[in-house]
Design a protein around this ligand. Sequence first.
Ligand code: HPA
Length: 273
Amino acid sequence: MENLLEKIEDASKFILAKSNFIPEVCIILGSGLAELVNQLKVQATIDYKDIPHFPVSTVIGHPGKLILGELSGKKVAVMQGRFHFYEGYTMQEVAFPTRVMKACGAQTLIVTNAAGGLNPAIRVGELMVINDHINLQPMNPLLGKNHESLGPRFPDQHAIYDKVLIEKAKSIAAKNNIVCHEGVYVGVPGPTFETPAEYKYMRLIGGDAVGMSTVPEVIVGNHGGMKIFGISVITDEGNPVTPQKISHQEVVAAAREAEPRMSLIIRELVGVL
Ligand code: HPA
């Protein structure tokens, strides 16, 4: 991306002019998880296609809107739909909106996704708070010239996912009788789902769930010094003992079924940030 700093400025100025408020929190909603926006007191809805330099999402289940509003008394910017490497974007493009959200003022990044379970204790429809990730995606979004104003050349990643937020989310889940695990998210490029041998490998290297998103936004959010919380909805089980066929439709359907539980956790978590 040529002139990254100028592009971030163009996009963030455009968004701030539309809303007249500074978002404190950015929430990125994954496949089938877009309903949280119905709980916002909406100030402005912006189509991605109108935001300067924003990519446009092409995947079913990803509406492609930025919604600014209030959730649990906090000012939030919700990305209803995200960009994926498998759509053909560069990693810099995938992570560009996160840069823009930071430039708009958001200090906290909440990322959600649909993921396949690797840990046999985690079942379809359950949630998993992300406590770390393994990046198996190609092309780190920080490749290329580093702008010190955005973050350091070699960012530390020893504690990307905020431990306090993890504990808060788990206690919100427990209080509401929602099954919520904690574990490691393996980021893969997709668009193929994994073979049984790949699921087995990802479990062996320490993964609890696998998905095709999240890691680039989180790398960039961490680079920019944002406080990060990530949560996965488990939509299928890559349990190597009983390999099962999966489709994107099933992933989206399972995510939609679990969405109210995830939204409840996020809504309450935002209230206690
Ligand atoms: N693998 C990769 N990505 C996914 C999966 C999966 O099993 N489920 C939802 N996203």
